[in-house]
Design a protein around this ligand. Structure first.
Ligand SMILES: Cc1ncc(COP(=O)(O)O)c(C=O)c1O
Length: 419
């Protein structure tokens, strides 16, 4: 039995607009709301079993399929024998040797002087963003930047840093935001390298040009690009900008890497400073050591000729899906990175569409407001290198049937996409 104070707290939380909205959705569409799924079994060919129902999983961000790679799995097994189950201390006190080796290998692969590993991208953003700035500085954030950037910015704001946002992926809006925010000591422009709900890539070169004009640096959260875009999977920054001179890049070690954690690519001096200024690095625990051994194995794969085979498989699968969607004339965003978001529109329709596909044997994520703008719900499809051609064709066929059953936005007479 909860105490009266606990009951009062629960009642108070229920008054939050977001909780009321989620409860409303769950009440209105109890049979259509696919959430909190518990996977019972992983099967070959990216199939999963949930409560006895087997579906192709198009909701995994293990884009290269390395979660199933025997070398990665074996590295974790051996790492457990070597290091035990966890590090047992903050990295501010001590790190296992594999952490040091993984940071070196990541830097060699990425092309930065150094990298610093954090337990997750969220914790990298929550630690580094407030750590980078002070009261005389400004943070300029894309209005659709990932939640962890927004939360990092809130901590910075609470510490006295000015925070302003600019229109999504809009260099003119960035120019305006920086111009009207002057004077400042330093300015950091924080953006995503790939927007995770839409798969959209920002115009990095233009944004960097504007940033340089205003003596600002770019902070790019490349979580969904790591391992899957750019040469050797280095992400969006190097190919677009030619160097990291004016950029701090955050990468993910889960997603494309199929391990755990995150890193920031930077200079050796910046690494030293970040380690002293990131509270999540200092006051939190590190990545489980065995996973760092696996990160080293994945770095070797990224730097080897084998990477070309993996990325070719992923690109072929992505191309197959894109072609199928274009044949159907459905409107989609993304598709350069392995995230493809097919526009449905209304919240109810989006939830029902996802549920219907699930019943046909295909799991994709129904993404509705507030993760995307109101009435701009999407079916978020994540393509992996180890999806079979048959499963992608099956998904396209199911989408074709879905589009006959419900109203879905169509591209008229062209293959133009939403973005
Ligand atoms: C752009 C971006 N940043 C951060 C994250 C969170 O990453 P992590 O799970 O490592 O905290 C995500 C998650 O999908 C993301 O898309």
């Amino acid at each position: 039995m909860s105490s009266p104070c606990m009951q009062k707290l629960v009642r108070a939380m229920r008054q939050s607009g977001l909780i009321r909205y989620f409860e409303h959705l769950a009440e209105q569409f109890p049979d259509a709301h696919l959430k909190d799924l518990a996977v019972d079994r992983m099967l070959p060919d990216r199939r999963i079993e949930v409560d006895g129902h087997i579906v192709y999983n198009f909701g995994s961000d293990s884009f290269l399929g390395l979660d199933c790679d025997s070398r990665v799995i074996e590295a974790i097994r051996q790492g457990l024998d070597t290091w035990g189950t966890h590090n047992g201390a903050s990295r501010a006190f001590c790190s296992v040797r594999s952490n040091v080796v993984a940071e070196r290998k990541l830097a060699d692969w990425l092309g930065t002087e150094e990298t610093v590993i954090y337990p997750s991208v969220t914790l990298a953003n929550l630690g580094a963003i407030p750590g980078l700035v002070g009261k005389q500085d400004i943070l300029v954030i894309d209005e659709q930047a990932h939640n962890s950037i927004q939360e990092g910015a809130k901590i910075a704001r609470a510490n006295g840093t000015r925070v302003v946002s600019f229109g999504h992926c809009d260099p003119v809006a960035l120019d305006n935001a920086l111009r009207t925010s002057a004077p400042y000591r330093c300015a950091i422009v924080a953006i995503d390298g790939v927007y995770s709900m839409s798969g959209e890539l920002p115009p990095l070169a233009e944004l960097n040009r504007v940033a340089l004009n205003h003596n600002a640096i770019l902070y790019v959260d490349d979580a969904h690009a790591t391992g899957v875009t750019g040469s050797q999977g280095r992400g969006t920054v190097l190919d677009s900008l030619g160097s990291y001179d004016n950029t701090l890049v955050v990468g993910s070690l889960s997603k494309g890497f199929s391990c755990a954690g995150a890193f920031i690519g930077c200079s050796a001096e910046m690494k030293m400073l970040l380690k002293m200024r990131s509270n999540t690095y200092i006051f939190g625990g590190p990545v489980v050591p065995a996973y760092l051994d696996a990160v080293c194995v994945v770095c070797d794969i990224m730097m080897s000729g084998e990477y070309q085979l993996l990325i070719a498989r992923l690109q072929a699968n992505l191309g197959r899906l894109r072609k199928g969607l274009e044949r159907l004339g459905l409107v989609y965003q993304g598709g350069v990175s392995p995230i493809v978001s097919v526009l449905v529109g209304g919240e109810e329709e989006t939830l029902r569409a996802g549920k219907w596909l699930y019943e046909q044997g295909y799991y994709v994520q129904s993404v509705a407001f507030p993760a995307v703008p109101y009435h701009a719900g999407v079916l978020r499809i994540q393509i992996n290198a180890n999806h079979t051609s048959a499963s992608i064709d099956g998904l396209v066929n199911a989408l074709s049937e879905l589009a006959r059953r419900i109203e879905m936005p169509r591209v008229q007479n062209t293959n133009k996409r939403a973005a």
